[in-house]
Design a binder for this molecule. Structure first.
Ligand code: FAD
Ligand code: DLZ
Ligand code: SF4
Length: 510
């Protein structure tokens, strides 16, 4: 066996001491490679806070590996010899130490998996076993099923982990307590995520990102994210204590100026490897067992992580590299300019987009029922929508973003993730938020100039796709309502939608 060093690649979202490639590596022989590269930083115009978060967390993780005795080669973005890509950096590292092979953990995006496969040196890619469900296990679960419904997958994951189980029965007798959740917005919010003052490493990265990515959508001001595991664990403990008890109740609520409500804001830490799904779920379960958080909150929270998150990853790898190009509804409109500057009179959209610009964060219902819902109703090209989400959120990597956008939000996969499209008129947004109170449009008005655009766009969407959806039993009631409206009202509704979409396409302010 050769004793030449091997290059061990650790990517920006693989910052876990237990990452597989590291477990395969030999401290005395191998060289760890971490690299800030232009290709990864710009394959979509990432939010500057996302780049700063990852670079700072990468630098701190590299220091941690060094102090654990590993040989680490770390390339900064401003290194004049930087090759600009992950494959280029692997080759440069091979040349530098005479290595002839590399080890890696499977990346979370097909484009990078393919790039590693095409390398002129052998790269041994190991499965990313930081997830609860392997690709093979998901394939087995999916095999032969007519519909891949998350709820059934989730139950298997509950049984597998033993989380919130009472023997072989679900805790409290039910698998899902969602009917107790989803209350309208509270009067005030008594929680906020833990914030961290930038240290020397973060300050240096902020300087670099400011000098290189200042033109990207997103503000770098007031950077407060955790950038190492110690900080991320403190943020988790703080969430469990202060916000988890209300997580279920206000999971779907939205409020002007309230960016986080009772959400955990841990997805970016979890996806980058600073936290594990086990420690997050165990902390939540413990809060329930100690009587500090109710079952509806804890079950709902754990379901998001061992249910939705694992299910989404399963779908991405099951469906393959062409998934992000799916466009089942043949939507072709360009993404409106206001997605990049929040300049719209629709309060729900301006709130969700402005906070995305400021925080690289929006919670689930903002992503699904505001920015996603609008894009779907307006018939925006799902690939453009996908690239926007991939760029603007600090937690976005294709394995989790694409099934949420292409599948759940835009129904562009033809119904693999969702049995019906997530569309709604203004009523839903009005029920779950206080946005409509300060909006230039009137949510109670259905057609014409001042009417809430979600109202007529909703019916125009149903009408446009009647061939596909009118036979769907879950949508039959809505089609009956549309039919009952009568020809005149239908005509005015469709004319309102057409006028609005014409204005949107012309680039005029809406
Ligand atoms: P909480 O509301 O506190 O939920 C707890 C955790 O559950 C999250 O941290 C996350 O890890 C997990 N989770 C919840 N819902 C989902 C879901 N649908 N899919 C996967 N994990 C979930 N999540 C991402 O991590 N990255 C993305 O790029 C991403 N893009 C999305 C795009 C759209 C259109 C939609 C509708 C959802 C997307 N999500 C994405 C899922 C979800 O919106 C975020 O995980 C969540 O908002 C992160 O905030 P949080 O940590 O406060 O979550
Ligand atoms: C998102 C990202 C960014 C912005 N920059 C880097 C980088 O410079 N170096 C790196 O190793 N990883 C980065 N990443 C994360 C990768 O894009 C991510 O590993 C792949 O998309 C696979 O999930
Ligand atoms: Fe959004 Fe319509 Fe409400 Fe305005 S009235 S905030 S556009 S849902």
């Amino acid at each position: 066996m050769s004793d030449k060093p091997r290059i061990v690649l650790i990517l920006g979202d693989q910052l876990s001491p237990e990452i597989r490639a590291l477990r395969e590596a030999d401290k005395d022989r191998d060289l760890i490679l971490m690299a800030e590269v232009a290709d990864e930083a710009s394959y979509v115009p990432h939010h500057p806070k996302k780049i700063a978060f990852l670079f700072a967390a990468m630098r701190k993780f590299a220091d941690r590996l060094k102090s654990d005795g590993w040989q680490v080669r770390y390339t900064t973005l401003d290194d004049p010899d930087n090759a600009g890509s992950i494959p280029g950096e692997i080759l440069r590292a091979c040349d530098a130490v005479g290595a002839e092979e590399a080890l890696a953990t499977e990346p979370g995006e097909f484009r990078l998996i393919e790039a590693l496969e095409e390398m002129p040196v052998p790269v041994h890619v190991f499965p990313d076993d930081r997830f609860l469900c392997s690709h093979a296990e998901f394939e087995d679960w999916a095999e032969g099923r007519k519909e891949l419904r998350m709820e059934y997958f989730y139950r298997e994951m509950r049984r597998k982990t033993g989380l919130l189980m009472d023997g072989d029965k679900p805790e409290g007798g039910k698998w899902n307590y969602d009917h107790e959740n989803r209350k309208p917005p509270p009067g005030s919010v008594e929680a906020a995520p833990m914030r961290f003052t930038p240290d020397e490493t973060v300050e240096a990265v902020l300087e670099l990102v400011k000098s290189r990515f200042d033109n990207n959508f997103g503000s770098l001001d007031d950077f407060w994210f955790a950038t190492d595991t110690g900080q991320a664990r403190r943020a988790l403990t703080h969430f469990v204590k202060t916000a988890l008890p209300c997580f279920g109740d206000f999971q779907d609520a939205m409020m002007v100026g309230e960016r986080f409500l009772y959400h955990s804001v841990v997805s970016m830490y979890l996806n980058a490897g600073l936290l594990t799904w086990q420690e997050i779920c165990e902390a939540a379960e413990q809060a329930y067992r100690n009587g500090d958080a109710p079952l509806n909150a804890v079950e709902g929270f754990i379901r998001q992580i061992i249910g939705w998150r694992e299910y989404m990853r399963g779908i991405y790898f099951l469906e393959g590299p062409d998934y992000t190009r799916r466009n089942a509804l043949n939507h072709q409109r360009k993404l409106p300019g206001f997605y990049w500057d929040a300049e719209t009179d629709m309060t729900c959209l301006s709130e969700a987009i402005a906070q995305t610009r400021d925080e690289a964060y929006a919670h689930h219902i903002q992503r699904l029922m505001v920015t996603g819902n609008f894009a779907l109703l307006a018939g925006i090209d799902p690939h453009e929508v996908h690239e926007w989400y991939l760029a603007v959120y600090a937690d976005a990597y294709e394995w989790v973003e694409a099934p949420n956008v292409i599948g759940m939000s835009q129904w562009a996969d033809g119904g693999i993730v969702g049995s019906k499209p997530y569309v709604s008129g203004g009523n839903y947004i009005n029920k779950m938020s206080d946005y409509c109170k300060s909006c230039a449009y009137d949510v109670k008005v259905k057609t014409g100039e001042g009417a809430c655009p979600f109202n007529y766009l909703y019916w125009a969407f149903l009408d446009r796709h009647a061939d596909r959806f009118s036979g769907n039993p879950r949508m039959a009631q809505m089609y009956r309502t549309w039919e009952r409206m009568g020809e005149d009202k239908q005509k005015t509704t469709l004319e309102s939608a057409e006028a609005f979409l014409g204005k949107l396409s012309s680039g005029a302010r809406v």
